[in-house]
Design a protein. Structure first.
Ligand code: CMC
Length: 425
């Protein structure tokens, strides 16, 4: 039996019946609600998309009240425990866990694209050594599109597959080569005998055996898995919005990376470290919490649009951190983070607003212990998230419901008025 929502417009006393599908109404069905026939019709006003589903998706499931996250139905904890970033990427992009043969082909296809054009390294050399890594990465991803003009043929599935492989293979190379440039170190070529996370760490730190410890390599792979997708967050929405005007995927990934850069999104991992450093000592926490409660500052790494419970990624990371610290030694900022969390979770301000640690609260501490510089933290998030963006993009291209993304507005400006020359204003 079809379900309907009945709305009565108090202005006209007219009754409207709106179809309910999957528990929701279509915003466009509101258009029939109008006082006069020549009106545009009603819209729903939803700044920041707090209550708007922009697509149907089968990639990632979040239950924000229960703190549940699944990729294609698989609990994130099981994938973090048993899978690898490339296997998870294949799962996200194609929908199923690959067979042995499918996985080897996928890994080999990515390795086949494991190098960037030489000119990209010239561009990297032109960046100031002090440049923020995310600014450089955003530019470099867009620059890649100029070397692969055929990637504009987004109706060609083989071309799209090549672009997907290139992006997954080359974003870590852009990141590592930029890092080497900032350090005045020569580039380390990718090593195809290595797994994905190991190859990345090797391109960053070759020769520094402490940073290549197998437990750290495994932790890096886990971190990438935990960041691989998170449904319609700010950067994924940007990926889809930009993708909807049908540019090449390198340009769309660059735009998504820019969205991730901000401190309210992926940039929070760097901001957390900054905050913990500024707090400096456990004894300063109560004062800091008072500032948060007065809304003078935010507790970075806390809160989430969807989770109103503990972020399952943060929970997993908090437990996994010990494995890293047993190799690197404890991060002195960990005590501050643990105490900050304990105090925050006992305060009415945070309890009343359901504010819990999110993925960025502990990830920065782990990265720092692994010897990753602060301005590379969000770059690591980008490497992890690239397959998720590509899965969202692929789903968008196949979705017949999707057109160019183009929100409406509620205009609040002047009515028509006549131009006045500058001397008469
Ligand atoms: N510290 C202090 N107060 C907060 C925080 C925080 N981190 N987050 C939310 N609040 C308050 C907010 O001021 C508001 O209070 P009130 O009801 O009195 O106006 C209430 O909690 C609801 O917050 P909101 O601003 O409506 O929440 P939102 O869904 O718009 O924002 C958020 C979500 C993640 C942007 C926000 O919680 C935040 O800025 N957190 C800090 C930055 C951060 O850690 N970002 C990483 C997000 S998770 C991973 C990722 O996306 O990369």
């Amino acid at each position: 039996m079809s379900e309907v929502l009945t709305i009565t417009d108090s202005r006209t006393n007219k009754e409207y019946k709106l179809d309910i599908q999957d528990g929701n109404i279509r915003a466009k069905d509101l258009r029939q609600i109008k006082v006069n026939e020549d009106e545009f019709g009603m819209m729903s006003y939803d700044p920041s998309f707090e209550n708007t589903a922009s697509c149907k998706s089968s990639v990632t499931y979040i239950d924000g009240d229960q703190g549940i996250l699944r990729y294609r139905g698989y609990p994130i904890e099981q994938l973090a425990e048993s899978s690898s970033q490339l296997e998870v990427s294949k799962l996200l992009i194609d929908g199923e866990l690959p067979s042995n043969d499918e996985l080897s082909k996928w890994v080999n296809d990515i390795k086949e694209h494991n190098s960037v054009p030489n000119e990209i390294n010239d561009i990297i050399g032109a960046f100031p050594k002090s440049a923020h890594a995310m600014g450089a990465l955003t530019s470099l991803e867009a620059a890649l599109s100029t070397f692969y003009p055929e990637s504009k043929n987004i109706t060609d599935e083989d071309e799209n597959y090549r672009s997907i492989c290139r992006l997954i293979a080359q974003v870590p190379i852009l990141a590592a080569n930029f890092y080497r440039h900032t350090q005045g170190l020569p580039i380390v070529e990718p090593d195809n005998s290595m797994d994905y996370a190991e190859n990345f760490l090797n391109m960053m730190f070759k020769g520094d055996d402490n940073k290549m410890h197998p437990d750290l390599v495994s932790a890096m792979d886990t971190l990438l898995i935990l960041h691989a997708d998170h449904e319609q967050n700010c950067s994924a929405s940007v990926m889809r919005n930009v993708g909807s005007s049908e540019p090449d995927p390198f340009s769309a990934v660059s735009a998504a990376t820019a969205a991730l850069y901000g401190p309210l999104h992926g940039g929070a991992n760097e901001a957390v470290l900054q905050m913990l450093t500024e707090i400096g000592s456990v004894k300063n926490i109560p004062n800091f919490i008072e500032q948060v409660k007065k809304k003078e500052v935010k507790l970075m790494g806390f809160g989430h649009r969807v989770y109103k419970a503990y972020d399952p990624r943060a929970k997993y990371l908090k437990e996994a951190a010990d494995k890293v610290f047993s190799v690197t030694g404890t991060n002195p900022l960990l005590d501050i983070a643990l105490e900050l969390e304990a105090i925050a979770l006992s305060e009415d301000y945070f309890k009343g607003r359901n504010l819990y640690p999110n993925v960025d609260f502990y990830s920065g501490l782990i990265y720092e212990s692994m010897g990753i510089p602060k301005d590379m933290f969000t770059v690591l998030f980008t490497i992890g998230r690239t397959p998720g963006w590509l899965a969202q993009w692929k789903e968008l291209l196949a979705d017949k419901d999707q057109k160019i993304a183009r929100p409406r507005q509620v205009y609040t400006g002047y009515d028509s008025r006549d131009y006045v020359g500058v001397n008469n204003r």
